[in-house]
Write a protein that binds this ligand. Structure first.
Ligand SMILES: N[C@@H](CCC(=O)N[C@@H](CS)C(=O)NCC(=O)O)C(=O)O
Length: 317
C-alpha cells in the first residue's frame, strides 16, 4: 500500500492505488459502512490426514463471511473467488465479505491499510505512519525485519552451525543497535509511537518467553537490555495491548510440535518476566503531548499475539 490517505467519510474517495487489487477493493467500499472481524486459525498437523492443508479453522469449520459456505481450511477462502489460485496461503489473510475474495495477505500492507484507508472507521486514532516520518519508518522496518523478525527464525530453523552463527550474530548486533538508539529517544523513530514500534513489538514480547530457549537466541535475554526492556514494558502497557498478548499461548504453540524444538508438548516453566512493572520511558518524552493513549489499530493487529489471524471485512447490518 503506497497511497496517501484520501478518504472523506461522507463521500469516499481514494487516490489511485499502486496495487490494482487494492484499488478495486477500496472502490468496492464506496458508500458502505463496514467492520472488521477477526477469526483465529491453527496450523494443522504436519502428519497424518491433515498434512499439507496448512491453516485450519478447526473441525467445526468457519462460515465464510458474506456467504453461507462453511470451510475447514484457510486455503478454501483463496479458491472461492479464484479456483485456479495457487498462491501461498499465509496469515494474516484479509477477506472482503462483500466481494467475497481475499484482498491481501501481506501484513506490512494490511497494517498500513488499517492506519490509513480504514482510518475513518475507527474514530480518532493516532497516525502511525505520518508522511514526514515515512522514510525513517520504512528504513527502520527493513532493519528490524532483517535483524530481528527474520533473524529469530533464522536462529531457530538453521540446519547448520554456520547458518546459526551468522543469524545469531546479526540478531544480537541488531538488538545492540536498537538498545543504543533507545538510550537517546523514546521510540524507534523519535518522540512518537509509529508503525515501526508495533512491527518490532511481537518479536520483543516473545523474546525471553520463547525465542531465548526454543530458538536458541540465548546470548542475552531481553531483560538484560535496560532500554529495550523498559521500552517493551511501555509498549506492553499501552491500553489494549496486554489483553491481546497471550504469552502462555505463544509458549504452548512453540513448544508443541509446531516449534523448532522437539519438546513433546512440554512447556518450560520460565522465565518469569513481569511486563506490567513500571517503566521510565517518560523521561524521554517530547514536550509535545504524546498522542498514543488509544491504540485500536495496534490492539487489533496483535489480537492473538501470534498474528495468526484471518481478518474479514463485512458491511454493517
Ligand atoms: N508476507 C506474509 C508472510 C506471513 C507468513 O509467512 N506467515 C506464516 C505464519 S507466521 C504462514 O502463514 N506460513 C504458512 C506457509 O508459509 O505455508 C506477511 O508477513 O504477512
Amino acid at each position: 500500500m503506497r497511497s496517501e490517505k484520501n478518504w472523506k467519510t461522507d463521500q469516499h474517495e481514494f487516490e489511485k492505488q499502486a496495487c490494482a487489487a487494492l484499488d478495486n477493493f477500496l472502490e468496492s467500499l464506496e458508500g458502505e459502512e463496514f467492520k472488521i472481524d477477526i477469526t483465529g486459525a491453527n496450523w494443522s498437523d504436519e502428519y497424518g490426514t491433515e498434512a499439507g492443508e496448512g491453516w485450519s479453522f478447526g473441525p467445526e469449520g468457519h462460515t465464510v463471511p458474506g456467504t453461507d459456505r462453511r470451510v475447514r481450511w484457510l486455503h478454501e477462502l483463496y479458491t472461492i473467488a479464484d479456483p485456479t489460485c495457487t498462491t501461498r496461503v499465509t496469515v494474516p489473510t484479509l477477506w472482503d465479505a462483500q466481494t467475497r475474495r481475499v484482498v491481501n495477505n501481506e501484513s506490512s500492507e494490511i497494517i498500513r491499510m488499517f492506519n490509513s484507508e480504514f482510518a475513518a472507521m475507527t474514530g480518532p486514532t493516532p497516525d502511525y505512519c505520518p508522511q514526514h516520518l515515512r522514510a525513517a519508518i520504512d528504513e527502520t522496518n527493513a532493519f528490524v525485519l532483517r535483524g530481528i523478525n527474520n533473524a529469530v527464525n533464522g536462529c531457530g530453523y538453521s540446519i547448520s552451525q554456520e547458518a546459526y552463527d551468522e543469524q545469531v550474530a546479526l540478531l544480537f548486533a541488531t538488538l545492540d543497535a536498537l538498545e543504543e538508539r533507545l538510550v537517546r529517544q523514546r521510540y524507534l523513530c523519535g518522540d512518537v509511537q509509529t508503525e515501526a514500534d508495533w512491527r518490532l513489538f511481537p518479536s520483543l514480547v516473545r523474546f525471553d518467553a520463547v525465542y531465548y530457549v526454543a530458538y536458541k537466541c540465548n546470548l542475552r535475554r531481553l531483560e538484560d537490555y535496560p532500554n529495550l526492556s523498559n521500552y517493551l514494558r511501555e509498549l506492553y502497557q499501552t491500553p489494549g495491548i496486554a489483553a491481546a498478548c497471550d504469552i502462555a499461548g505463544m509458549k504452548r504453540g512453540v513448544f508443541s510440535k509446531a516449534g523448532p524444538v522437539g519438546a513433546n508438548g512440554i512447556v518450560p516453566v520460565g522465565p518469569i518476566v513481569d511486563h506490567t512493572r513500571p517503566h521510565d520511558r517518560e523521561r524521554l518524552a517530547a514536550k509535545a503531548a504524546v498522542a498514543n493513549r488509544k491504540n485500536k489499530t495496534a490492539a487489533r493487529y496483535f489480537q492473538t499475539g501470534k498474528l495468526e489471524l484471518a481478518l474479514s471485512i463485512q458491511p454493517l447490518k
